[in-house]
Design a protein around this ligand. Structure first.
Ligand code: CAA
Length: 245
């Protein structure tokens, strides 16, 4: 079987690393896009668990930087069959206090970046007749969250992107799906106020935070060659925190 090539944005972050590991474990050649601010941590990761994963560092909110990073990865890792958009940030604040800068930063990193990376790759996937796109959203994109108007809007927007790509890609063998993690044990949740995180954890039916590997497993399923009839879906991985139908 042909070896699939996967690009993972946010691939050097908490959930992103687990996705890289899961896809590599399933035989993919994996390339990660990370933020330049994380260069030191990335070097340490590549010296350990991340060995063998190609990394390009770029601010994907910047279309020129995104284009350059994709060209660089293309030279080193080849043309991607799989794209996972896992790059994301939070700038939490009550809406009344949210600054235009906090709004824009989150939209740029969470939503604009997905456009900058997906658009140049999507046409090629359609031409070759195979593609798997997974956008990492959030439970809070589905249900909203106090203090996260920017983040929730960006993550809900990602699922709109997913559903539209699913419709445009379906006849060409290109699927697009969303995975919506709940509260996962990463630096992002570690950065929350401990009392707020504790209160939220108390509401999770599973009674605990999720593990990055639990999200990665769901992503790997959707990236599988055999998942070609699953498209436009949102797969929640949230310990039961929010259930929809
Ligand atoms: N529900 C209702 N009221 C709340 C509230 C809540 N969840 N949180 C705060 N408040 C109220 C307080 O009781 C207080 O009310 P009074 O003024 O009447 O006493 C008021 O809001 C405080 O307002 P402030 O603007 O001063 O808020 P703050 O600075 O204390 O906290 C916040 C604001 C940091 C955004 C905090 O609300 C918060 O941490 N919210 C949760 C954000 C969250 O879930 N982030 C997830 C990050 S991880 C992630 O995003 C990954 C993922 O996908 C899940």
């Amino acid at each position: 079987m042909t070896q699939r090539i996967a690009y993972v944005t946010g691939g050097t972050g908490g959930i992103g690393r687990a996705i890289c590991t899961a896809l590599a474990g399933r035989g993919c050649r994996v390339a990660a896009l990370g933020h330049p601010a994380d260069a030191d941590a990335v070097a340490a990761w590549q010296a350990g668990d991340g060995a063998g994963i190609e990394v390009a560092l770029a601010d994907l909110a910047d279309p020129v930087a995104a284009e350059a990073a994709l060209a660089d990865l293309h030279d080193r890792a080849g043309t991607p069959d799989i794209l996972v958009n896992a790059a994301g940030i939070t700038r939490d604040a009550r809406f009344a206090k949210m600054t235009p800068g906090q709004w824009r930063e989150v939209m740029a990193a969470n939503l604009d970046a997905a456009f900058h990376v997906t658009q140049p790759l999507f046409a090629g996937m359609c031409e070759r007749g195979f593609g798997r796109i997974v956008n990492i959203a959030s439970v809070n994109g589905s249900r909203g969250q106090f203090g996260q108007a920017n983040y929730a809007a960006s993550k809900a927007g990602l699922h709109g992107l997913t559903m539209s790509l699913a419709r445009e890609g379906a006849r060409y063998g290109v699927t697009a799906n969303t995975v919506s993690p709940g509260y996962i044990a990463t630096a992002m949740t570690a950065g929350m106020r401990p009392d707020v995180l504790e209160a939220i954890t108390g509401e999770i039916p599973a009674g605990r935070l999720g593990e990055p590997a639990e999200v990665a497993r769901a992503v790997a399923f959707l990236c599988d060659d055999g998942a070609g009839y699953v498209t436009g879906a949102n797969l929640p991985v949230n310990g039961g925190l929010y259930m929809g139908f």
